[in-house]
Design a protein around this ligand. Sequence first.
Ligand SMILES: Cc1cc2nc3c(=O)[nH]c(=O)nc-3n(C[C@H](O)[C@H](O)[C@H](O)COP(=O)(O)O)c2cc1C
Length: 319
Amino acid sequence: MFAPLDHESGVRRLLVAAGQAPSVLNTQPWRFRVAGHELVELYSDAERRLRVSDPRGRSRHVSCGAALFNLRLAVRTAGRRPMVFLLPAPEEEPDLLAAVRVGAALPATAEQRELYDLIPVRRTSRRPFFDRRIPPAVMAELRLAASREGARLVPLDRHGTADTLDYAAMAEDELSHDHDYRAELSAWTMRGALYDGVPDYAHGPHALRDPSPTRHFGRQHGAARFEERPQLSVLTTAGDRPVDWLRAGQALQRVLLVAARHGVSASFLNQPLDLRDMRRRRDPHHRRGHPQMIIRFGYGPYVSRSPRRPAAELELARA
Ligand SMILES: Cc1cc2nc3c(=O)[nH]c(=O)nc-3n(C[C@H](O)[C@H](O)[C@H](O)COP(=O)(O)O)c2cc1C
């Protein structure tokens, strides 16, 4: 086993893994600082914040939490135990989201190696899924993955799904009249994205059904029939503070990697959550907690990956 921070190639391996995480509008709002041979710090990149649609920084934290999960897996599969401190200096350095200390030697489990290998395989699919239900045993594994990271994955029944699709369509409609929101969305969904943003080949087709089970980014390619019964779940956390958002992000990435292991794809319908944050609405008290991601699962075709920034750009000057 090698010490992951002893060599440039080890550092690069960690940054590449972290940088493959999903992020809101593919903003990749993370930076990393390597301090000595034992510590990596994860920072939120303030220049990549979405001022209009993410005023609280919730989605940015969720995205960084997903990158943190990949970083943990990369340390584990290098044979070391990661020790994670979330928000180690919240008053002085709120952008320092996590410190990861590379701890004692500990061989990775087969599951950790498998999930690590799936990091580049996982991708968001906004294409129609096949009319095939996810078996209860697989759903149970996804729920367990969320709970292992301190979050909850709540599968919606037929009524919950219908309500949520309506709710998402209404939110999209309201947002489409917001000039600032539209401007921010189009800045991150421009044609020909090279390193970040959602490229138009990833937008997926326009849904022939209404309400649509995918989000409209403005440049849908053609129209298609989507699955008859979309399979939606909501990822929730008990609290709604930055530390909860970071937990939600780690849970999200664990869920998505376990899904990928079963050949299950995912896309998201987060526009009601954006609207809630933008209008400073509060969630009604609910025993299931605060919604952080609305996820559509299913079996679908292979899709191309979205671009990423080069790993070298993710690293802050060494301490
Ligand atoms: C916090 C968060 C919110 C997201 N919201 C949406 C969404 O509402 N609709 C959507 O289609 N994708 C959404 N995504 C997926 C991102 O657009 C996607 O991860 C990014 O474009 C990178 O592509 P990839 O997941 O294929 O690597 C979200 C991702 C995160 C982490």
